[in-house]
Design a protein around this ligand. Structure first.
Ligand code: ARG
Length: 459
């Protein structure tokens, strides 16, 4: 039976049932590289401050290196008696070098230690996610360039609205991901603060050099209040919120990929290697991957809501409830990363059915707004023009025709201002070209955005 690191005050062994609920080792073992990294920095600082001798410190450092390699090799069984990763590392250290190892926890508590480990974990996760966001953005830009002149209906209420360039549609997702990237980058500032030196809650009686440790671990600054530092999980919540928003964006894109791959839309084909089949219906080819990204978005929301709820009733400072921060963080990190990785690849596996997409722009009066704009240029107020074109659409609907299929004489019955140059306003591609404001869907505007995006991605 492993003796607990806090065993001194206890007369009885911990009940095995207590261990089952109390132990976090089964999941926080994942924090070991960060826990060891933190202990190394703490140990160096203790020696520098003369709190432990240089000789002791170097023995501890060698042993911590060994423990790291052993954990890397996976030789440990993560017994529940160890309680958590912090105890495991400390116990192993003591097993290796005897009572000397007991000095590592001088001026430190598991409360500031776990806060440190979590910050180090989130820091790495943010960097990996930022890279994956860029990869997905690159895939979007490549897809936009490859399909530079494909046009399609733009939708509102999922009803055909106005013609747009497919790259314009794709670049909308580029912008969402750009905001996601910025949010993670911004959040990083609030993660990159050293909590160590706060000890249990009130700071330490030892002359710790917190700035030295911050520097060793590349933190920008040290926490300003020890009570806040050990009870703060805002940085995890912020990460979970940023992941949720990112997942929501990927979920919306996934939803479009699912819809577009239906026979009803038939806008895209996803290559076989990124689809799956049915166990009973031999003809089926299903878009499981975008469906899963859409589905997994709920999990990440759940992770955020779970931790928000955990934190809401906690008095200062550390409370054991906070151990619940780990599984949700790990789950959200893993889920977001795999989904981003899949999305970046999936986008390369999408082929657009250009003919179908363009054909869809010619049915459903997508140029009606253009016709109203045309009338405004003839001196009619917009509201009146809207009314006139509405009546023309109704007439065309009754005739089973599109607007450009009406004769000039038929059109003139609605407004005498209409003359034959109206037809250039009823052509889908010229409609696109006219929307050349910055941020619009005209090919000239979209091409500029692609160039700008490519530059941003290089930075
Ligand atoms: N396993 C604990 C956690 O994750 C570590 C901190 C324990 N602190 C304490 N005072 N019991 O929250």
């Amino acid at each position: 039976m492993t003796q607990k690191i806090w065993g001194g005050r206890f007369r009885e062994e911990t009940d095995t049932l207590v261990n089952r609920l109390n132990a976090s080792i089964s999941f926080d073992k994942r924090l070991y590289p960060y826990d060891i990294k933190g202990s190394i920095a703490h140990c160096k600082m203790l020696a520098k401050q003369g709190i432990i001798s240089d000789d002791d410190a170097s023995k501890i450092l060698v042993a911590l290196g060994e423990i790291q390699r052993e954990l890397d090799r996976g030789v440990f069984s993560f017994d529940e008696n160890y309680e958590d990763i912090h105890s495991l590392v400390e116990k192993t250290l003591i097993n290796k070098i005897g009572s000397l190892g007991e000095k590592i926890h001088t001026g430190r508590s598991r409360n500031d230690q776990v806060a440190l480990d979590m910050r180090l974990f989130v820091r790495d996760a943010i960097n990996r996610i930022k890279d994956l966001i860029k990869k997905t953005q690159k895939a979007l830009i490549e897809l936009a360039e490859k399909n530079i002149d494909v046009i399609m209906p733009g939708y509102t209420h999922l009803q055909r609205a106005q013609p747009v360039l497919l790259p314009h549609h794709l670049l909308a997702y580029y912008e969402m991901l750009k905001r996601d990237y910025a949010r993670f980058e911004e959040g990083f500032k609030r993660v990159n603060i050293l909590p160590l030196g706060s000890a249990a809650l009130a700071g330490s009686t030892f002359d710790l050099d917190r700035e030295f440790v911050a520097n060793e671990l590349s933190f920008d600054s040290i926490s300003a209040n020890s009570m806040d530092a050990v009870s703060d999980r805002d940085f995890v919540l912020e990460f979970l919120f940023n992941s949720s928003t990112l997942m929501m964006h990927m979920s919306r894109l996934s939803e479009e990929l699912v819809i577009w791959s239906t026979q009803e839309f038939d806008f895209i084909t996803i290559s076989d290697s990124f689809c799956t089949g049915s166990s009973i219906m031999p003809q089926k080819k299903n878009p499981d991957l975008p469906e899963l990204i859409r589905g997994k978005t709920g999990r990440v929301y759940g992770d955020l809501l779970s931790l928000l709820t955990t934190m809401k009733g906690l008095p200062l400072t550390y409370n054991k409830d906070m151990q619940e921060d780990k599984e949700v963080l790990f789950d959200a990190t893993d889920t977001t990363e795999i989904c981003l990785e899949v999305m970046a690849r999936l986008l390369c596996e999408v082929t657009f059915n250009k003919e179908k997409m363009e054909a869809a722009t010619t049915k459903g009066y997508l140029v009606a707004t253009d016709l109203a704009d045309y009338l405004v240029r003839k001196g009619i107020t917009f509201r009146q023009a809207h009314e006139i074109v509405g009546q023309m659409v109704l007439f065309a609907l009754d005739q089973g025709k599109e607007l450009e299929q009406l004769s000039l004489d038929e059109m003139k019955t609605f407004s005498r201002q209409i003359n034959k140059n109206v037809f250039t306003w009823l052509d889908v591609r010229s409609s696109l070209k006219k929307r050349n404001l910055p941020g619009g869907t005209a090919p000239s505007a979209v091409k500029k955005c692609i160039q700008k995006a490519k530059k941003e991605l290089e930075e």
